[in-house]
Ligand binder design. Structure first.
Ligand code: AMP
Ligand code: ZN
Length: 116
């Protein structure tokens, strides 16, 4: 996907502060952190969101969650707690249409819910 910023990060055409990489997954710090620790975990394959993941994608999506668990251990936030979420579509506020999990930690996070 030539116009996808996360594909450009994967290709090295845009910079990122990497925290984890393997053959299928990349994780890097969010450019506009919404918590003291805010990491994005993405598949190297372009998948627009969880809504369009196919049968061949569930393994990699499981691997993304395994990576989230590992990153949380490495960043030493397991005891204090952390959140892993993915936004799908307009009502969830998805702005980048390349599947990503947000891993947020480092402070008490606000409750999830409807925007006032
Ligand atoms: P979402 O609203 O779930 O689509 O979240 C997209 C996230 O990507 C936001 O938290 C942005 O701050 C983040 N983001 C956008 N561009 C970049 C970038 N070049 N490097 C790191 N994070 C980015
Ligand atoms: Zn992409």
């Amino acid at each position: 996907m030539s116009d996808c910023i996360f594909c450009k990060i994967i290709e090295g055409e845009l910079p990122s502060k990497k925290v984890y990489e393997d053959s299928e997954i990349l994780a890097f710090h969010d450019i506009q952190p919404a918590a003291p620790i805010h990491v994005l975990i993405i598949p190297k394959k372009h998948i627009a969101s969880l809504a369009v993941a196919g049968a061949e994608d569930w393994n990699i999506i499981g691997q993304m969650q395994r990576a989230a668990s590992q990153i949380a251990r490495e960043l030493e936030v397991v005891e204090s707690g952390y959140r892993v979420i993915t936004n799908i579509g307009a009502n969830a506020g998805q702005i980048v249409h390349h599947l990503h999990y947000h891993l947020m930690a480092g402070a008490r996070l606000s409750p999830l819910g409807v925007h006032n």
